[in-house]
Design a protein around this ligand. Sequence first.
Ligand code: FAQ
Length: 334
Amino acid sequence: MTARQASSSAEDGAPPGRRAHGDLQELFDETIARDQRIEPRDWMPDGYRKTLIRQVAQHAHSEIIGMQPEGEWITRAPSLRRKAILFAKVQDEAGHGLYLYSAAETLGADRADLTQRLIEGRQKYSSIFNYPTPTFADVGVIGWLVDGAAICNQVPLCRSSYGPYARAMVRICKEESFHQRQGYELLMTMTRGTGAQREMVQDAVNRWWWPSLMMFGPPDEDSPNSARSMAWKIKRHSNDELRQRFVDMTVPQAEKLGVNLPDPELRWNEERGRYDFGTPDWAELKRVISGDGPCNAERVARRRAAHEEGAWVREAAAAHAAKRAARQRKGAAA
Ligand code: FAQ
């Protein structure tokens, strides 16, 4: 019997008593241990549901707020080709946000409530989107480093134990890979260009390197959620493991591009077979997460304005859906 069958038989029969609850917990634990997926109708512990809503909502908010830093360059992209590429990328990010809000809804969260929490500063989004994008090289570096870090973090989430989240991640990761390549291709073009373009790229790398490492979250010893999330197989790897993986993947790419990563401690460790690297400024991460980064106020204000300006669209869509449903009911009755 799966957790789903158990949950529906408990619903069909008498309300689950202590014993039934124990059985459901056991089935849930077995499903996780067997590496099978938990689906929306399955019984799940409250903590598992809450953790998922927290992570999936933050992830969705990150995709939507993440449209802003690059979005600022759509009207200023240097060619029609770059404009079309950037437009498509930013549109993909909107799509990712929507898949993720849908995944959160399967857990019983209400999308309007999640948005409200975001614009009131009661729910987080990724620290990385609170940094400015003063030059077009930032678009390339976001694609290369930020999407690169997102891929490192998100590919394991395709095996997350919660079905709708894992399936959303499969599609998202395919698109993120494209995003990463477009960023790298843009930087290849710029680094083969003029000295001024190369300087612009190096300056953007200097600004984005450390914030990209912070995307993976605090160090393991300061990560209150990791142990539980890993036991539940929501997260498959710790923050530090993924950060290391990102550094190992990125250093050879930086060498190919001919840019320096701004870390004097970065060097190959023969014994470990991995790169050693310096310590990010964790106080900065804390500041940015708590709302005091360079662009937090601006990002949330923009999101709030977009939500308010979009009220008429939501009202029109709801009125249209109601009209259509009434027409269908009339048709069915005739
Ligand atoms: N920023 O105990 P942990 C993208 C919070 S999408 C802000 O380690 P956890 C696509 C954390 O929430 C990028 N907050 O937490 C794109 C927790 O707070 P809480 C987003 C952070 O959950 C590319 C507290 O600190 N990706 O880039 C951050 O186990 C380009 C303690 O931390 C995801 O959301 C941070 N960096 O691990 C779009 C991936 N780090 O809730 C546009 C899914 C930590 O207890 C352009 N999420 N916090 O109050 C995850 O993998 C995890 O949630 C982590 C954090 C790894 C982010």
